[in-house]
Design a protein around this ligand. Sequence first.
Ligand SMILES: NC(=O)c1ccc[n+]([C@@H]2O[C@H](COP(=O)([O-])OP(=O)(O)OC[C@H]3O[C@@H](n4cnc5c(N)ncnc54)[C@H](O)[C@@H]3O)[C@@H](O)[C@H]2O)c1
Length: 371
Amino acid sequence: MKSKIIKVKTKSKSYEVHIGINLIPKLKNILKKKKLIFSKYLIVFDNKIPRKFRKLLFKNFESQKFYTLDFSANEKNKSFLSVDKIHNVLFKNNFHRDDCIISFGGGITGDLVGYAASTFKRGIRFINIPSTLLAQVDSSIGGKTGINNKFGKNLVGSFYQPDLVISDINLLYSLPKREIICGYAEILKSSLIDNKKRFIYLDRNYNEILNLKRNYIISAILNSCLLKKKIIEKDEKEKNLRKSLNLGHTFAHAYEATLKYSKKLNHGEAVIFGLMNAINFSREKKIISGLNSDLINKHINKIEIKNKYLDLFDKRKISSILKFMRSDKKNQSDSINLILIRNFGKLNLNYQAKLSELNKFLIKELSKAYL
Ligand SMILES: NC(=O)c1ccc[n+]([C@@H]2O[C@H](COP(=O)([O-])OP(=O)(O)OC[C@H]3O[C@@H](n4cnc5c(N)ncnc54)[C@H](O)[C@@H]3O)[C@@H](O)[C@H]2O)c1
């Protein structure tokens, strides 16, 4: 099967996203064709990627100078300390701006390595090879890079587009089911932002996607990337339209921070809770119809999440959730900007929710027995 190529053109950079099967062994040729040959490479790789894929990747660079650094991907390591470690390897080995750093991992590795790339001597070349479904459908494109700190998630970061993205679906088959579900969360989000047809397609075929059936998974990745391309080409720096991609994320980031980035809740799982909250809040405010919100909630309820919402959170956590929602980017004093949903493909990007109204809402959400 021929790989699909999406061309992303933003104000700061144009680059290709290759989506297909068995792309890693072909990387050398792609780099040659795209004139992305550099004198030195640093490959930062997630140490849970099966060894055979690492070997395949490294083989592309056999005749060149390359260094490797292994990384243990978790939200705690998405930190300034890890950026410093990467920079130290680059400095020690005399890297320059026109050398290249490659991220080989999921969204955590990609966000971290992208940020390290953007800040090393004000920007070194950067290639992203996403190895999780979440990273292939979402985080590897669009140029948002970042790290966490004690005040919250992704609060330190930059916009820095990659020079190339290679999404090889072979990498997905070693992912635990839980990680496939995390990627599915962003596919679902993308369909809600896009249109009803895509949502209905997911509702009918989500099992095929979760089971990584070839054509279904490729089309899910392709459609999510195409929507993201369309959005970021119009609004690279999130002045307006790009905010739509944050649907559910203000809640999600606060949940992750409240649980101190514990393994009990992954980012994608938090996104599913956040989508559910955004839909219920939209319904409460009569922004979305009962019919559509029921349709979406029914779908969400079919998704098997490891830990249930009500097992992870209770009313005592509301003040912490609200505190982190406030410190999420772009929020003002006593109100929180929420992305709400009016209909499939139609969002309200600037709903200012009062803290008191969110407090009441969360009390209700945390009394219901779903998910
Ligand atoms: N930059 C953006 O636009 C953007 C968008 C969405 C999410 N994100 C960020 O992405 C992160 C979540 O990404 P993620 O879900 O990919 O998490 P992740 O990077 O932690 O990967 C999930 C798990 O899978 C393991 N793994 C990775 N590749 C594997 C493979 N091929 N086989 C087996 N195991 C493998 C990892 O070690 C990890 O345990 C969050 O930090 C989130 O903030 C960023």
